[in-house]
Write a protein that binds this ligand. Structure first.
Ligand SMILES: *Cc1c(COP(=O)(O)O)cnc(C)c1O
Length: 220
């Protein structure tokens, strides 16, 4: 069914929305089924699983780290990761810069914002991120490229609440774009929307959705 699920989702979303296939907990065979169907962008949320899959699966896969990334684990993914979605504090950005430099790369990252009501979801709040972007230290981070923002809405049936949260993230994107990235065309990604809410996210301006269970089936 993976191939069919992918085809259905792809046919329903605009061409300029990037689909990240979230393959966490799923075996390599499932990823390969998606790969055979043309999927190249995969998202994982645990460093150990991500590095193992990256070693075992084809080289032209673009691996996105979408989960909570601990500073001491950045070094394991720095050599190959395509995009890190979950930068939620300056210390992490600094470490990504350091590890990227070591392997002579510039790593693309997104700033994750806390837009949900649940405490379990992490991320910057607006002021924190603004402070960081204004700080002198930013000039030192030559090996990271901030490509945009990421966020997760509250897990709820309340559609209006989800819309509000995604709209908030879109606003943050616009404000940061005009204040800090006006002349930087690379700052162009809004990563929001998962299996349950990606349609709403796209309506609210998402151009990157992270979809797992709707492609690969429920996780245990
Ligand atoms: C697991 C996960 C997803 C995908 O969730 P589904 O509901 O299975 O689509 C998306 N984003 C993040 C950050 C995740 O951890």
């Amino acid at each position: 069914m993976i191939k069919e699920n992918l085809a259905k989702i792809k046919s329903e979303i605009p061409d300029d929305v990037t689909l990240v296939a979230v393959s966490k907990t799923k075996p390599n065979e499932d990823l390969m089924e998606a790969y055979e169907a043309g999927q190249r962008v995969f998202g994982e949320n645990r460093v150990q699983e991500l590095t193992k899959k990256a070693e075992e699966l084809p080289d032209d896969i673009q691996w996105h780290m979408i989960g909570h990334l601990q500073t001491n684990k950045v070094k394991y993914i720095a050599p190959f990761v395509t995009l890190i979605h979950g930068v939620h504090k300056q210390k992490l950005l600094k470490e990504i810069n350091k590890q990227a430099k070591k392997v002579d790369r510039v790593i693309d990252v997104l700033l994750q914002f806390h837009i949900a009501q649940e405490d379990s979801k992490f991320g910057f709040d607006f002021e924190e991120a603004k402070e960081m972007l204004e700080s002198e230290a930013m000039n030192n981070y030559e090996n990271v490229n901030i490509r945009g923002v990421m966020g997760m809405a509250t897990f709820t049936d309340n559609k209006e609440q989800i819309e509000d949260e995604f709209r908030t993230l879109n606003n943050y994107f616009e404000v940061f774009k005009s204040h800090f990235f006006k002349f930087n065309d690379d700052f162009n990604i809004i990563s929001m929307g998962m299996s349950g809410d990606y349609e709403i996210a796209i309506e609210e301006g998402s151009n990157m959705i992270r979809v797992g269970s709707k492609i690969f089936g429920a996780r245990k």
